[in-house]
Design a protein around this ligand. Structure first.
Ligand SMILES: [Zn+2]
Length: 290
């Protein structure tokens, strides 16, 4: 337990004790036990809340400006509730051109989502945060920016034509951090956008709905995958979930009802667990949980 945690816990206990004293003095005997119980529950909830905040403070132990992927998988938390309120869409573009997931053509994972932008389009910080990396990588991300946010996420914005922020700078959600471009390993101007927890990539579509320019909910529950494997659909030998989660990779021409019959999961259930609606446009290559 670090000093901050201890201070916050102590603050919680002090409040808790003060509340108990006040309750004892001010209320008539008959009501007191119930009220005290309620107050006690509130205080416990508060202490728990403070502990959750501290988890995020403690999640990233270091501040590394030199290495983008500097985390050990062993340090990835088993789960983390990510607060999505206070977001800003990284781009006003609604057009996702390539989803997250395994790309058989390149035999590698695409650990982000590609959104169509024109060179020179403004790219915005997704949440309040601090700039960890501003760098050029000729064969990969091109000009890119990595931000760390208080909600536990790190976001990456790649293939930029211009940087509009400096390393170690504090940024606000919606603040321009760069201009869209076509630098690095990119064919046609677009934004490659990644969302990660301690380096563990999350499908950005689970958090951001670009088509509707919105987040998928107030919070997103991140759960660490047991293995770095994804499932392409029923009938393949990989179609057994090692982490208790199964993914279906959307194919060209797929509809929700077709995916429903292929996966044996109802349309309503598919919508619910993927935080989409029946109207959401499905993109080939997109991963859906079932
Ligand atoms: Zn990409």
């Amino acid at each position: 337990m670090n000093l901050t945690t201890m201070k916050r816990l102590l603050a919680g206990i002090v409040v808790f004790t003060a509340v108990q004293t006040a309750v004892g003095q001010d209320l008539i005997a008959k009501q007191a036990p119930i009220d005290r119980k309620l107050q006690a529950a509130d205080s416990v909830a508060m202490v728990l809340m403070l502990e959750v905040e501290d988890e995020i403070d403690n999640l990233y132990k270091s501040w590394d400006n030199s290495s983008t992927h500097c985390y050990s998988r062993a340090d990835v938390p088993d789960s983390l509730e990510i607060d999505l309120r206070g977001f800003s869409m990284p781009t006003t573009s609604r057009k996702v051109t390539s989803g997250f997931g395994y790309r058989p053509r390149f035999r590698r994972m695409h650990k982000g989502i590609d959104v169509k932008v024109q060179t020179g389009d403004t790219i915005y910080a997704a949440f309040d945060g601090k700039v960890r990396i501003v760098r050029y990588e000729r064969r990969g991300y091109g000009k890119y920016v990595v931000l760390r946010h208080e909600n536990g996420l790190e976001t990456i914005y790649a293939h930029l034509s211009k940087y509009l922020c400096d390393v170690n700078e504090d940024v606000k959600a919606g603040q321009p951090i760069g201009l869209g471009g076509n630098t690095g390993r990119s064919f046609g101007s677009h934004l490659h956008f990644e969302t990660r927890v301690m380096g563990e990539a999350i499908n950005p579509a689970f958090l951001f709905d670009f088509a509707n320019q919105d987040v998928t909910g107030d919070t997103y529950m991140f759960r660490k995958q047991k293995a770095d494997t994804y499932f392409t659909g029923p009938g393949t030998k990989n179609n057994v979930a090692s982490a208790g989660k199964r993914y279906y990779k959307v194919r060209k021409g797929d509809s929700l009802s077709r995916i429903s019959s292929r996966t044996g999961t109802s349309v309503a259930q598919l919508c619910k667990i993927n935080r989409i609606t029946k109207k959401t446009t499905l993109r080939p290559g997109q991963l859906l949980r079932f």
